[in-house]
Design a protein around this ligand. Sequence first.
Ligand SMILES: [Zn+2]
Length: 198
Amino acid sequence: MSDDRISRQRSPDVEKMAEAIDAFLDAAGFDTKGHPHLGRSGQRVADAWSGDLLEGYGTTPSEALGTPFTETSGDLVLVKDIEFFSSCPHHLMPYQGKAHIAYVPDGLAVGFSGIVRLLDCIAHRMTLQEWLSRDVVATLMSELRPKGAACILQATPMCVLAGGVRRPCRIDATSFDGVFREDAELRRDVILASVGES
Ligand SMILES: [Zn+2]
């Protein structure tokens, strides 16, 4: 994974995270102590971030992908419409959408669940959508040495919805390597197969 990505320096201190969220709510003008709804929000937010939104830091992309097996076919593999969520490092807000991931094997393949685990491992970190698509492709290229790999993401970032243009919009991020970069027809085919029908 590229060096300019957001890396985690320490294991999360969930108690400290909960206290910080309580302090944040206090600073925002809310009394949380004993409140029927906000009283445990600090803990809930800390649990959600440490257990779900940032859980990807607990494993490496290579481990998540799993051990490849021998594959003699060179047919295109496309896993499409994989629901995912991630979080934006600029606003600490989540985004969610669909991922379509493809590769053309050159002797090695992995199960579909490995592809989904790889996506989750990288998405459940603080990352930008364009980094996410690039890191998925880079991992597939280095671990499977395929003829090519592609990742197409379509997501709605909460920070754009709430704070930017204030309306829902879908932002696509795409990354292509190997034959998908070289062969415009194949690239078009995989884009159409991914997003052209639903
Ligand atoms: Zn953002």
